[in-house]
Design a protein around this ligand. Structure first.
Ligand code: NAD
Length: 645
């Protein structure tokens, strides 16, 4: 049997469209004749409209309401109220405006009529949060609760979509916490579940069409019901965290609720299985916290505290503040638990589904992540933390079996065993998974105007032989003669004399020297120094397409997924010059094979270059074709302005 105490609070609630027009009637119903209209500077036009409806009953207006109810604003408004001889307060706006009405009411005893234009729900509660000297304190008293609420759906049609989403989730948070509050009872349970259902169904429609009146009506009804829950039962961990983050770290109210809710739910889920089951049912999903997270994501709402501007260094202090005083919430509140919760909310990943197994896995991940806390190098800690989170997430998402994991370990072991000074299976793995190109993209693509970079590949060898300008790189190897003449300049086209260019390439059959054990010494690779005009010239042969070594585990992987091992024909360059950023790149032969299907995803359009065909001598054999390459490399300064060092 469930035991409970329930008290209801009389108030007049008018719900509909165009209800703002009933303002005068409501003021008269209270026996008042001098209304002070309140709102924010942003909504001053609403004060005009309210004034028109009130006619002679409008005694004055104050349009300075602000978030978190600063006491100095209240004092100013108090002066205006006195001067106007106000006998009632009319608040038209969101939670901030309602807060101001409550603050005035508690000081003057004046009755309040609130016309909410967001889904914050403050109009249904006896709670007032005020800020003085940067400190937010909360008090609760029956006289604070507004006696009259006019819900006018029309006034919410223009609520911007991002605020509609976050304000809607703010309302949902009241309903969620009501379901596991110690004072929960059958009445608030039903109100809360209806609020969750209505809001979850309304928000996607509002995002699709902000002027959808039916959806707006549903959301506003949900806000009323959720606010009523908030005003009837106590709130738990989620509200405490949001209060701390808003009050002490200045985070925006509704956005913070939106980010924190899935994580606070995930934290409480093991200790509130029944409430979570009912919320999940109301959301039509198997798991409540992830369903809320997925809803927010699908609505384009914020999902991480980092994105709201909370510094990572503030997390520990926030955990300390939020756990300083005890308060009821289903699961025991510990500093470590709340710290982990906040860290998850800061990072913004999807919370793990809350069955018992997932919870244990989550705990394991947290323990491993916490084991990096002592790392002296913050970047090491960050990278290991991210890697472990993703690896654990990968294992969980795909329900990895032991056999699969052992296969993966065997695969990596074989890759290691095969690697040597001249064979780099891990580079091949990184290349064929596109990781090398991804790193290259992030590392080297930020210098506008410079020649694009490309992956280094597995065949670079340190210290290539120094060659003179004009030398023959091919040294008699068979192939189509190629005359290369490149210029090395800065971003303005000024030559960089003395720049060093390492060049390496495959032979006519597609092999690099390091793949040919019978070859004596380096071939088709060399180091040139640019002349006074920044020019490097040499003779060689046209590179051809080639398969990356596919006799190892990487080749097996390609085979298993039906991928070919071929690279498009290209010349490699690594260019350095004093004061310039090193350029590692490749020039691809336009029209060559596999340009559109390079197996290491290394081709960039800007690096596909014409190698014109020449008939006859042109320095090549008198009886055949030759090709040429003329190209200018532009090197970025070593430190690009605005770049992170
Ligand atoms: P808000 O009232 O600060 O409004 C945010 C902005 O949106 C303001 O500029 C406002 O003028 C504008 N706005 C409001 N409605 C609009 C509309 N329909 N169209 C266009 N613009 C509109 O934000 P909020 O989230 O409603 O309220 C947050 C405040 O309410 C916080 O201070 C919070 O602490 C308080 N609050 C208190 C309680 C309580 O029970 N005491 C409950 C919920 C929220």
């Amino acid at each position: 049997m469930r035991e409970f105490t329930y008290s209801s609070h009389p108030s007049q609630v008018v719900f509909g469209t165009g209800t703002l027009n009933r303002l005068r009637e409501e003021v008269e119903r209270l026996g008042c004749a001098r209304a002070l209209v309140l709102t924010t500077p942003h909504q001053a036009d609403l004060a005009d409209r309210a004034g028109e409806v009130l006619g002679p009953l409008a005694a004055g207006r104050f349009t300075g309401a602000a978030m978190h109810t600063p006491v100095e604003v209240t004092e100013k408004a108090l002066g205006v109220a006195k001067e106007a001889g106000a006998d009632c307060l009319v608040a038209v706006g969101g939670g901030s405006t309602t807060g101001l009405a409550k603050a005035l009411a508690v000081r003057t005893g004046l009755p309040q009529i609130v016309v909410p234009t967001t889904y914050a729900g403050s109009e249904a509660t006896p709670v007032l949060g005020e800020t003085e000297n940067g400190v937010k304190t909360t008090r609760s008293a029956p006289g604070i609760r507004p006696g009259t609420v006019l819900y006018d759906v029309d006034l919410t049609l223009g609520l911007p979509v991002p605020l509609s989403v976050t304000s809607g989730i703010n309302a949902m948070a009241h309903a969620v916490e009501a379901l596991y509050a110690p004072q929960a009872n059958p009445v608030t349970d039903e109100l809360a579940l209806r609020a969750v259902r209505l809001m979850a169904s309304a928000l996607p429609r509002i995002v699709a069409d902000p002027a959808d009146r039916e959806a707006r009506a549903q959301a506003l009804e949900a806000a009323w019901l959720a606010g009523t829950c908030l005003g009837t039962v106590g709130m738990g961990l989620h509200h405490k965290l949001c209060h701390t983050l808003g009050g002490s770290f200045g985070l925006p109210h509704a956005e913070t609720h939106t980010v924190v809710l899935p994580y606070a739910m995930a934290y409480n889920a093991p200790a509130a299985p029944d409430a979570m089951r009912r919320i999940a049912e109301a959301l039509g999903a198997p798991d409540a916290p992830t369903a809320v997270y997925d809803l927010v994501t699908s609505l384009g709402g914020p999902t991480s505290l980092a994105a709201l501007g909370l510094a990572e260094g503030d997390l520990a202090r926030a955990a300390e503040l939020a756990t300083a005083t005890p308060y009821p919430t289903p699961r025991e509140v510990t500093r470590e638990g709340v710290a982990a919760l906040l860290r998850d909310a800061w990072s913004g990943g999807r919370p793990a589904p809350a069955d018992g197994l997932a919870d244990t896995l989550h705990t394991l991940t947290r323990q491993v992540v916490a084991s990096f806390d002592g790392a002296a190098d913050a970047r090491v800690r960050e990278l290991l933390t991210g890697l472990v989170r993703r690896l654990h997430g990968f294992v969980a998402d795909h329900d990895l079996t032991e056999d699969e994991w052992w296969y993966a370990i065997g695969f990596l072991t074989r890759a290691g065993q095969l690697s040597s000074d001249t064979r780099q299976e891990f580079v091949l793995l990184s290349d064929t998974l596109g990781v090398s190109s991804a790193v290259d993209l992030l590392t080297n693509s930020r210098a506008a105007g410079s020649t694009p970079s490309a992956v280094l590949g597995p065949f670079y060898v340190e210290g290539p032989p120094a060659l003179d300008n004009g030398a023959d790189l091919a040294e008699g190897q068979p192939g189509t003669p190629l005359h290369v003449s490149v210029r090395i300049t800065d971003l303005d086209g000024e030559p960089l004399p003395g720049a060093v260019a390492d060049v390496w390439q495959s032979n006519e059959d597609g092999f690099y020297d390091v793949q040919l054990p019978d070859l004596d010494g380096p071939a088709l690779r060399g180091r040139f120094r640019a002349d006074d005009e920044g020019r490097v010239a040499f003779r060689t042969i046209l590179p051809s397409e080639y398969p990356i070594p596919d006799d190892g585990p990487v080749g097996q992987m390609l085979n298993a997924v039906g991928r070919h091992p071929y690279r498009a024909p290209h010349l490699h360059f690594m260019i350095t010059a004093p004061g310039r950023r090193r350029l590692v790149t490749q020039l691809f032969v336009a029209g060559g094979s596999y340009i559109d299907g390079d197996t290491v995803f290394g081709v960039k359009d800007a690096l596909v270059v014409d190698f014109p065909v020449h008939d006859g001598p042109e320095g090549g054999p008198a009886d055949g074709l030759s090709r040429s390459l003329d190209y200018t490399f532009r090197l970025a300064p070593a430190h690009t302005p605005g770049e992170q060092s």
